[in-house]
Design a protein around this ligand. Structure first.
Ligand SMILES: Nc1ncnc2c1ncn2[C@@H]1O[C@H](COP(=O)(O)OP(=O)(O)OP(=O)(O)O)[C@@H](O)[C@H]1O
Length: 228
């Protein structure tokens, strides 16, 4: 379950990115977050994993009171909230398997657990044969699949994705959406900010539209609804 109660975000430069956002996203949902450029989508996502803190309001994600978390609790929360970025953010000097294992090594999982989990998520994203390659040896779509595997390795309850298909062609975008749907089928909540009208309109899900820092539309099986 994700819940925001009257959340406001004003950045230090005085820009108000979110103005009184309240929303409930039940566990197991798949939600698209859409809206014009600069509307506040990334801010909405960043607040969910404490990349940013709200100026006001309450945020609960997977049982964590996000705005109240102490610094020392943030790594614990991040095991339950996987994050996927538009530009993948893989560590360039590490192999595919090492990038994925990294998230488990920092929590001092046993070698056996690490090997087993890395293998499981590599199979899920279909990249067992690329496990010893470096990110630069992979296509964009493959890199994003590695990033998704990394986000999943701790079995999070929630995955937030900020324009995960933003750098990909239509075929790879489609493959990433299908992969996120499979993850969702296993009970993981997915919140995906996107400008990809084709995907939103083809695979109908809940659509939360943000405009000018406010939720302007919230529909089950909604449309993308913008001409951009
Ligand atoms: N770190 C920051 N410091 C100051 N202002 C910021 C910061 N991040 C975002 N903003 C501002 O907050 C507003 C919302 O930005 P945000 O990135 O959330 O929008 P967005 O809907 O994700 O846009 P896009 O679709 O272009 O990615 C914009 O006016 C932006 O300039």
């Amino acid at each position: 379950m994700i819940e925001m109660q009257d959340v406001w975000k004003e950045y230090e430069n005085g820009v108000t990115a979110l103005s009184g956002v309240s929303v409930r996203i039940p566990q197991g949902s798949f939600v698209y977050v859409v809206g014009p450029s600069g509307a506040g989508k990334s801010t909405f996502i960043k607040l969910m994993y404490r990349q940013e803190r709200p100026t006001k309001g309450h945020i609960f994600v997977g049982g964590f009171n996000i705005e109240r978390l102490r610094e020392s609790q943030i790594p614990i929360m991040r095991r339950h909230v996987g994050v996927v970025f538009q530009d993948y953010k893989l560590l360039q000097q590490l192999t595919v398997a090492e990038n994925i294992a990294f998230a488990l090594e920092v929590i001092e999982a046993s070698r056996r657990t690490i090997q087993k989990r890395v293998q499981e998520v590599l199979e899920l994203v279909g990249l067992e044969d690329k496990r010893n390659m470096l990110p630069r040896e992979l296509s964009g779509g493959e890199q994003q699949r590695v990033a998704i595997a990394r986000a999943l390795v701790n079995k999070p309850k929630v995955v937030v994705a900020d324009e995960p298909t933003g750098n990909l062609d239509p075929d790879n975008s489609w493959a990433i959406l299908k992969l996120l749907e499979r993850v969702n089928d296993r009970g993981t909540t997915i919140v995906m900010a996107t400008h990809n009208r084709e995907l939103v309109n083809a695979c109908k899900k809940r659509v939360i539209a943000i405009e000018n820092g406010r939720i302007s539309r919230d529909e089950e099986r909604g449309d993308y609804g913008y001409e951009d």
